[in-house]
Design a protein around this ligand. Sequence first.
Ligand SMILES: Nc1ncnc2c1ncn2[C@@H]1O[C@H](COP(=O)(O)OP(=O)(O)OP(=O)(O)O)[C@@H](O)[C@H]1O
Ligand SMILES: [Mg+2]
Length: 438
Amino acid sequence: MTDPEFAVVEFVLTTSFYNDADELDADDLPSAHRRPFWADGEIERPLTPTVDAAREATGVERPWDAISGLMFTDHDSFSGTLSLTDRGMAEQWYLDRADDDRIEANPTLAAEFADQRDVSLERARELTRPARADRAYIDSLLEQYFDEEEDEMLDLVDVRVPAEIELTLEDIVLTDEQESEIHKIVKAIEHREYLATIGLREIGKLLFVGPPGTGKTSVARALARELDLPSVEVKLSMITSQYLGETAKNVEKTFEVAKRLAPCVLFMDEFDFVAKTRASDEHAAIKRAVNTLLKSIDEVSLIDDEVLLIGPTNPPDQLDSAAWRRFDEIVNFPKPDVTMRADILQIVTREMDIADFDPAEVADRTDGLTGSDLRLVLREAVLGALTEDRTTLTQQDLLDAVAEVEERDTLKNMDMIEGDHDALVAGGLADGGHEHDH
Ligand SMILES: Nc1ncnc2c1ncn2[C@@H]1O[C@H](COP(=O)(O)OP(=O)(O)OP(=O)(O)O)[C@@H](O)[C@H]1O
Ligand SMILES: [Mg+2]
């Protein structure tokens, strides 16, 4: 942790500059400094640096004790407010101790010190997540929008803020098509107002189509992070109530949550779960729920509501055309080809020590495996090496692990091998399964 004295002075200085600089907004405070000031989804001036606020913002247990030895600080023991009796002196004290990187991590300070140090507000803004990405912001919104009676609505969804999403788009190997689809959406969000003026509203509903383990969930989350938006995740099996009559209502509530938290990404996981039951299931309540889902999809809009909807599904035959047609962009998630597999291997082994590592060879031998299977390969290899008390892997460890995972995969996928029914007969499996010739 940084020096408590320094951290508290920095916080009090920041609030003081911020209160004087009307051209700055909440995005220009570091996330930690915003934390104590959220109320109903907003941060209002003036910021009052009380002892409690300073503790929450800096993590320093006794903020006044930390700075009471300095000549330019004061404390009102009645209101608990910390103050600077001589701001000029405080600035000098701070500048003597802060390096440029430290200042640039705080846009408010960067704006103030731009002419004295090699820092800029613009760069500082790039380095700082916007206020709407904060957990504290989302929590204050949740508190504002959902009273006790509606609290149970929140059990239907998983809300993640960007700061809690670890995966970035750089961690995922994308096809060119995926890259360009994602780029399109990023641009559409940037130019939302323009799209509204020209009446282009049919945009912002993405269907991710691909077999399990090809990165659909990961891309949805990483995209939310990239866009600095909270992600609202729903598992459709979660909203299918044991009281079937409730299911339609739950579907409506889910969309309501997303609209209240907008701008956000609404990720409907297990999307095919409901959609595919439409055709097959006769139960009236289920049909009603599915119709509600379709209607809700119609009524939510990126342009009007700032909700980006993403629904993942396994290959097409499972989803009926009524659901299919409601999405304006279909993004294909194929099993990775040999080049992508090598790239995925590079990424997932980034932190590992592997002697004679040759990702191309492993990629060559893993035809038909997905990104998630490749992660499994790595895990097997690591665990295998650990049984011999090794933390340095070898290429051979990886190859052995491939064999193991393929064995599992063959068993798991017996009914999924595309169009190749011979593969299902004993002979097709006897030689180890995955020897597709391309
Ligand atoms: N193209 C890829 N690049 C990097 N990692 C990948 C890729 N595809 C999958 N993975 C990894 O595999 C794991 C599983 O991926 P994910 O859960 O996103 O798949 P999914 O398509 O949502 O699967 P499901 O259909 O079962 O929900 C994750 O850890 C993810 O990072
Ligand atoms: Mg998934």
